[in-house]
Design a protein. Structure first.
Ligand SMILES: *Cc1c(COP(=O)(O)O)cnc(C)c1O
Length: 429
């Protein structure tokens, strides 16, 4: 059997059916910003493999970090044992995040780091003798992962998990953040959030949200003022604040972490995706001293989590190398340059009648359409133009590797314009 045919008949890809699978394209290698397809075609990657490969593919420094660590050990259990790559990485993460975050829990994927964050918040209140504080408050249009705890705080409608709603714990959802600018001042729709936290704080363990950019739930941006108001309300009503920076961390929005736009500090922070530069699956949950010590307030309070592959040495090594690479580069300037180019080159899309909105934040460029795209069809058109862009729903977006050059980025933006200008005219349904 042809290998692609075998894939079609036997392998699930993300969010697909085995009866009617979407087409998949075989990649044989990748280097820099290019994906090499088995049929010889080469694609410029606009997705950074789901926002992870910030330094591009096959990077000599990252390759070397893995190779060196492989010579020492690929993995050892983290129960009762420790190793240099984990210690070094924990030090780095504590160093580059805000002052209050002093404790690190390593796990194997973003979703699991969110589960751990939720557990931390629940355990914190149990240890404070307030076990009734066990619900979460979040905002609509968020996305926090595909495991059960994380699913329960994803947007209940657009969050891809609607079919599980009957089986998920019930949390509270405020209106998705919105900001309006008048005379240079931002006003927000914090009212909905405010009324929920003031009514329910006695049963709330934590607020969880994605700071400044809501990613897989709709690629929405919101202003720093909203996040500042959330922080103030969490303090006022004694509710912990979990910020999920799995997508926004490591420079993507123009600051190293998106919470820096608002000058706020979370009590718990989740990191993943670009943490290893897209090389290996690794995530981290960071906690403040207050939370970490609070969990163990009674002198025993163990944090009840421990994945088999916790703090995998290969993953920690490549994460250390990736962070060093990022920080030793002129990343702020790089992101600002990408932001400028995305803004100027995507803005012509506003003229197309199928387009509802164009927005750019850091190295994120979004073209929102009025109707959902036919993904297999639009994907094939992008591939014909030599680019890898994978839209979802109404959203055609770019999150390129930071190493992309001007010409390569132009090819991505012009492919978007070309493909969208060929879509059938928008008709009100
Ligand atoms: C991708 C993502 C997750 C889930 O991470 P996985 O590694 O896919 O489990 C959680 N939160 C946010 C904000 C994400 O973008």
């Amino acid at each position: 059997m042809d290998e692609i045919e075998f894939d079609k008949q036997h392998i699930w890809h993300p969010y697909t059916s085995v009866i009617n699978p979407d087409p998949v394209y075989e990649v044989v290698s990748a280097k820099g910003v290019h994906l090499q397809l088995a049929d010889g075609r080469e694609l410029i990657d606009g997705m950074s493999s789901w926002w992870t490969a910030i330094h591009g593919y096959n990077h000599p420094v990252l390759n070397q970090a893995i190779a060196d660590q492989t010579q020492k050990m690929a993995h050892i259990m983290f129960g009762g044992l420790t190793h240099q790559p984990a210690i070094k990485l924990a030090k780095k993460l504590i160093d580059i995040t805000c002052d209050n975050l002093q404790y690190v829990f390593f796990s194997d994927s973003g979703s699991v780091s969110v589960e751990v964050a939720i557990k931390m918040s629940l355990q914190y209140w149990v240890a404070q003798n307030q076990p009734e504080k066990n619900k979460l408050l979040t905002v609509n249009k968020g996305y926090h992962g595909d495991t059960f705890g994380a699913m329960a705080v994803c947007d209940p409608v657009s969050g891809m998990h609607g079919m599980f709603n009957h089986a998920l714990p019930k949390h509270l959802f405020a209106d998705a953040p919105e900001c309006n600018t008048h005379n240079g001042n931002n006003s927000t729709n914090i009212n909905s959030f405010h009324s929920l936290i003031s009514q329910h704080h006695h049963e709330l363990a934590a607020v969880i949200l994605e700071p400044i950019v809501q990613n897989a739930g709709g690629m929405r941006f919101y202003c720093a003022e909203y996040l500042q108001q959330v922080r103030v309300l969490c303090d006022q009503f004694d509710v912990l604040l979990i910020l999920d920076e799995i997508a926004t961390g490591f420079g993507r929005t123009g600051t190293l972490f998106a919470y820096e736009h608002a000058h706020v500090q979370p009590d718990i922070l989740t990191l993943g995706k670009a943490l290893t530069g897209g090389y290996m699956t690794l995530a981290a949950t960071l906690a403040s001293k207050k939370v970490a010590k609070g969990i163990s307030a009674d002198g025993k309070g163990l944090l009840m989590h421990g994945p088999t592959f916790m703090a995998n040495p290969l993953a920690c090594s490549v994460a250390n190398a990736s962070i060093e690479l990022l920080l030793s580069s002129n990343w702020k300037h790089t992101i600002a340059t990408i932001e400028k180019q995305l803004s100027s080159e995507l803005s012509p899309c506003k003229q197309l009648d199928v387009v509802a909105d164009v927005r750019v934040k850091g190295a994120i460029g979004v073209v929102e359409l009025k109707n959902a795209v036919n993904m297999p069809e639009i994907q094939a058109q992008f591939i014909k133009l030599g680019v890898w862009i994978r839209p979802f729903n109404k959203l055609v977006y770019l999150m390129p590797p930071y190493i992309i050059n001007v010409d390569e980025l132009s090819q991505l933006t012009s492919a978007i314009y070309q493909v969208l200008s060929r879509l059938p005219h928008y008709q009100e349904s």
